[in-house]
Design a protein around this ligand. Structure first.
Ligand SMILES: [Zn+2]
Length: 285
């Protein structure tokens, strides 16, 4: 696609993102939680074009089905092994966006990262930065070259197999012909794009309480949100729904059971299939 078209699209999308605010995948304040909650309620229009549909076809994705991408962020943390075991026992695929620093500071961090990396194709290890921007998101994104280096270091330290990133504290999409980001992160999004990386956002979040760290929606409520998203095609890529959760939300047995219940509800719908995010249409190789 010509560069000027891309830039024009980016400008339009920047405007949309400016109007909708930016998302959050973090351990930050209740203000950010309120932003997350408000974003989760916002309608997101699908932007996939016909060219992306053909990519999906080439990847042998059954286009009659609706594909769900479970994603777990911020591991390795308490809760990672529970998420892994739940998904494995229920036979569903999932992607883990991991943080380089957490591998270093958690006693079994390396083992958990290796478990996910070696779990492919059922599980996918992806890049979620080295230090989660140290919680200082504006500073992190105001220095795009430094932010890019952070992702490259993480790619190496976690031995991430594919060029797939999720930005900390912000929702953005970067695919072959798609750069969708807020103004704040556009610098690093474009750098990641030109370095061959894909950036994966999300369509629906399983919110958590910043007081207790526990899931907010019940499994039934979240499953209804999934059904509604597909019914209205309220997602970035038509028929492909990316769900954001965090490993640490499921460290308690009761919450781990909620995860299993949620997955069970989705599995009861024969039109739903689960994939890892590297199977999203339109990604760069
Ligand atoms: Zn995160």
């Amino acid at each position: 696609m010509p560069k000027f078209v891309k830039k024009r699209e980016v400008l339009l999308l920047v405007l949309v993102c400016f109007l909708t605010g930016f998302g959050s995948c973090n351990q930050a304040s209740s203000t950010n939680q309120q932003k997350q909650d408000s974003i989760a309620k916002l309608p997101i229009k699908p932007v996939i074009g016909a060219e992306n549909e053909s990519v999906a076809f080439k990847q042998n994705i059954d286009t009659n089905k609706s594909t769900i991408y479970l994603t777990f962020d911020d591991g390795p943390q308490k809760g990672t092994i529970g998420c892994y075991n739940t998904c494995k026992s229920l036979g569903v695929k999932a992607s883990f966006f991991m943080v380089g620093l957490h591998q270093r500071i958690k006693s079994d961090g390396k083992e958990l990262v290796t478990l996910i990396r070696d779990g492919y194709p059922e599980f996918l290890l992806a890049n979620h930065s080295y230090g989660h921007a140290n919680g200082k998101y504006k500073d992190f994104y105001h220095h795009p070259q430094t932010a890019l280096q952070d992702f490259l270091i993480t790619q190496d330290s976690l031995k991430v197999p594919k060029k797939i990133v999720r930005l900390p504290g912000n929702r953005a999409w970067v695919r072959a012909n798609d750069v969708t980001s807020s103004h704040l992160v556009s610098g690093v999004a474009n750098l990641l794009d030109s370095t061959g990386y894909n950036v994966i956002g999300w369509d629906l979040e399983w919110n958590f309480s910043h007081k207790t760290g526990r899931p907010i929606q019940t499994p039934e409520k979240l499953a209804a949100q999934v059904d509604s998203a597909f019914a209205h095609q309220n997602m970035h890529i038509r028929k492909h729904l990316v769900i954001l959760t965090h490993d640490r939300m499921f460290q308690r047995p009761a919450d781990s059971l909620s995860l299993a219940k949620f997955i069970g509800l989705l599995k009861s719908n024969p039109n739903y299939v689960f994939e890892t995010v590297d199977h999203l249409p339109g990604l760069k190789n």
